[in-house]
Design a protein around this ligand. Structure first.
Ligand SMILES: [Zn+2]
Length: 274
């Protein structure tokens, strides 16, 4: 199968996966807005699913850094952290260990890339652009499966990296989601599944063979980056303690963990990367 065909095949399954995850996003993010009753109800409703949790993952015991390794730090921006417009629970807890891992990569002279969600005002993924409420289902090419609160507007405080996130080690910053009508969960390819961010070209030019992914959110931007990374031919390692999920009705995080295992993503604790 040619690379192009393979990508198209994966792309279609990705779109189907996003659709299935729609309800999960709605409830998961609603919970961070205080609608905890919804979350509790869904938790008790689905005890019959064979679920994988982070503690079930098979971890690589130790990984030594090679010169073809790169660290990708995904979307550690104010709006995705507590008190931001679209916060991921516990996101602040991973700042310090991500800084520590970035310093290790820097000391080994490895390439570090940070990504930044970066939307123009009135972006098509915003509920306010459609006179709808945040988290309402919505689907058009490159947008959906739900609409979001306004977040990470280019040049705004919310779009800035959190002040405690160490930016001085970054060799490059990739911005994504800046086309008015296309969202981008993956750091590699936007949600229309044909617009590249340029990250794969950068990494290939620099001779990178393996990427380590951390940041926010585990079950969205980190997950889609991991899958695209595999499809583009990179080895992918996920330091599992350096990412937090939106997590939604039980089953959503489990699905993405299973998908990443199936695609050959490796999991490791960040302390075991040397
Ligand atoms: Zn966004």
């Amino acid at each position: 199968m040619t690379e192009k065909k393979r990508l198209n095949k994966k792309g279609l399954s990705r779109r189907a996966f996003i659709k299935r995850a729609a309800v999960g996003v709605t409830v998961g993010v609603a919970a961070t807005y205080g609608v905890t009753a919804m979350m509790q109800k869904s938790s008790t409703d689905s005890t019959n699913v064979d679920m994988i949790t982070i503690s079930d993952l098979e971890l690589v015991s130790k990984i030594e850094l090679k010169k073809e390794d790169s660290l990708i730090i995904v979307d550690m921006q104010n709006d995705f952290l507590p008190s931001g417009a679209l916060p991921v629970n516990g996101g602040d807890k991973i700042i310090s260990p991500i800084n520590s891992l970035a310093e290790r990569f820097h000391n080994h002279d490895n390439i570090i890339v940070m990504t930044q969600d970066w939307h123009p005002p009135g972006h098509h993924s915003f509920a306010s652009s459609h006179n709808k409420e945040p988290f309402e289902p919505f689907e058009s090419e490159g947008i959906g499966p739900v609409l979001w609160p306004d977040h990470c507007v280019e040049g705004s405080k919310g779009a800035e990296f959190h002040p405690d996130v160490e930016g001085r080690f970054a060799n490059a910053i990739i911005r994504k989601g800046y086309h008015q009508n296309v969202d981008s969960y993956s750091a590699f390819i936007e949600n229309d599944m044909k617009t590249y961010t340029g990250l794969s070209g950068l990494l290939n030019t620099l001779g990178i063979k393996r990427v380590f992914l951390c940041g926010l959110a585990l079950d969205y931007c980190v997950f889609y980056s991991a899958i695209d990374g595999r499809n583009l031919g990179f080895d992918v390692v996920l330091p599992i303690d350096l990412s937090k999920a939106i997590d939604s009705p039980p089953g959503h995080l489990s699905n993405v963990l299973q998908k990443m295992m199936d695609e050959g993503v490796q999991f490791v604790k960040s302390d075991n990367i040397a």
